[in-house]
Design a protein around this ligand. Structure first.
Ligand code: GUN
Ligand code: FE
Length: 446
């Protein structure tokens, strides 16, 4: 229906907090991209009888289908997608120098950038990532292509032009003044688009690629335009050692960012694997959230991030795929890896570390929305929020989840919760039959 007004009738599952998860059978109505009403089946039947729904497309889900909020990827590097699954034989700093910087340098070719980014955005939408917080490359024009792709394909996207001014072997850095000018132009350009799905993010790559002058300047720009900020923090032990060596006035890695005013409630830091006790207090005191990137942390052997410790310290956490340090671009994979990594920590003797599937589901949806400060708009199906959603068919044709004869006597809600659990552990893009962003259908395999 051209006006995109829809009513979904069936099962929907969502988190309202880390510990609060619900599965309900009822209806959700969507008008002009927003969730306008929610209720029980009998209420829907009354509405249907009264004839007020003539302007709506009514979508009745089968027993094996359900709606969940769209996935949020809090940290990924769009230009690194051509390297996915390659070069993971080196630790972080060598991997950056040998594989990553040389690839990212190629994005000075804007045409190349446009082609890759168009593929990246479509691939993520197909896999249910309705919101992504992206690192682009050093190049302003190339990174604007990423903004364009997100708009063209209707993905909610926070996009950063990466900032670096420290010399490296690949020659992949900018002069400080030029860099600050380009960042400001990038921010202004994205804001001027007045597109409610995309936002600019000020993006100092990490403490080893930006000096204090650049970092101070970026902090100023972020404050001037009330922009979000993203970077990497305490990912790898050698990285931390170099950061502390080159900043001898700082007692921890986080201090380096704090001294430039980078740490605030618009800031999200990726990794945070090796935080000190001081940093565990510093981050929540500044309102900084963390993108937990379990795939990358294990692939690059950076460490096992103690997510439970972060959550217990009142840090808001979302999930990141961190391609191509991470070898998988999907949030379903990040959900599973977050459960695995936290379980290893528990097995190693850290009690209560393991995340269960409902907690991991929260991190992938509402947790991510909170970490990006977008929870007033997305993350679950609260009335008034934008309708970013996935329609999941657990036994979709061609998928790998098989239906056996029902063996358990369950209520309808229990049956639905079991289905979601199966999808979380076993599902893939074949089970994600429809994807909606702000009420617009961006994938339809129903
Ligand atoms: N630290 C600085 N840059 C990067 C990057 O591209 N990927 C990861 N995983 N860590 C980084
Ligand atoms: Fe990263």
């Amino acid at each position: 229906m051209a006006n995109n007004n829809r009513i979904f009738v069936g099962t929907f599952a969502e988190s309202t907090s880390l510990t609060n998860f619900s599965v309900k059978i009822g209806y959700i109505s969507v008008l002009n991209g927003k969730i306008t009403q929610k209720g029980f089946i009998d209420e829907f039947e009354q509405l249907e009888k009264s004839g007020v729904l003539s302007d709506y497309e009514i979508i009745k889900l089968s027993k094996d289908q359900f709606l969940i909020p769209g996935f949020v990827d809090c940290h990924t590097h769009a230009p690194q997608f051509p390297n996915i699954g390659l070069g993971l034989d080196r630790p972080l700093l060598e991997w950056l120098a040998k594989y990553t910087f040389p690839l990212e340098k190629k994005y000075q070719d804007t045409e190349f950038a446009a082609k890759v980014y168009d593929q990246v955005v479509q691939r993520l939408l197909k896999n249910g990532t309705t919101t992504a917080c992206y690192f682009g490359s050093l190049h302003m024009e190339g990174t604007l292509e990423l903004v364009k792709s997100a708009i063209n394909h209707q993905q909610r996207a926070l996009v950063g032009k990466v900032s670096m001014n420290k010399i490296n072997e690949a020659g992949y850095y900018n002069d400080t003044e030029k860099e600050l000018k380009e960042v400001e132009t990038f921010v202004q350009t994205v804001i001027a688009l007045k597109n409610d799905l995309v936002e600019p993010v000020v993006t100092p790559r990490f403490a080893l690629s930006c000096d204090k002058i650049l970092m101070d300047g970026l902090s100023k720009i972020a404050n001037k335009y009330n922009c979000r900020i993203q970077s990497h923090l305490s990912e790898n032990l050698q990285e931390i050692e170099y950061v502390l060596e080159t900043n001898d006035n700082c007692k921890c890695y986080g201090d380096v960012y704090d001294k430039s005013g980078i740490l605030n409630n618009r800031c999200i830091m990726a990794h945070a694997v090796h935080l000190t006790d001081d940093e565990l207090k510093l981050l929540p005191s500044r309102g900084v959230s963390v993108a937990h990137c379990p795939a990358s942390n294990t692939r690059l052997k950076s460490g096992l991030c103690p997510v439970r410790r972060l959550l217990n310290a009142s840090i808001t956490v979302g999930l990141g795929t961190d391609v191509s340090g991470g070898d998988n671009a999907t949030i379903l994979d990040a959900i599973r890896r977050s459960m695995d990594v936290s379980t290893y920590l528990e097995l190693q003797g850290q009690p209560n570390s393991a995340l269960d599937w409902k907690e991991a589901f929260y991190l992938a949806t509402l947790g991510g929305a909170e970490a990006l400060n977008l929870d007033d708009k997305i993350g679950n199906f609260e009335v008034g929020k934008d309708f970013d959603a996935l329609l999941v068919d657990v036994y979709a044709k061609g998928g790998q989840i098989e239906k056996y004869k029902d063996t358990l006597e369950t209520t309808n809600e229990e049956y639905a919760s079991d289905l979601l659990q199966r999808f979380v552990f076993l599902g893939d893009d074949r089970n994600i039959v429809q994807v909606y962003v702000k009420g617009v259908k961006v994938k339809d395999n129903l």
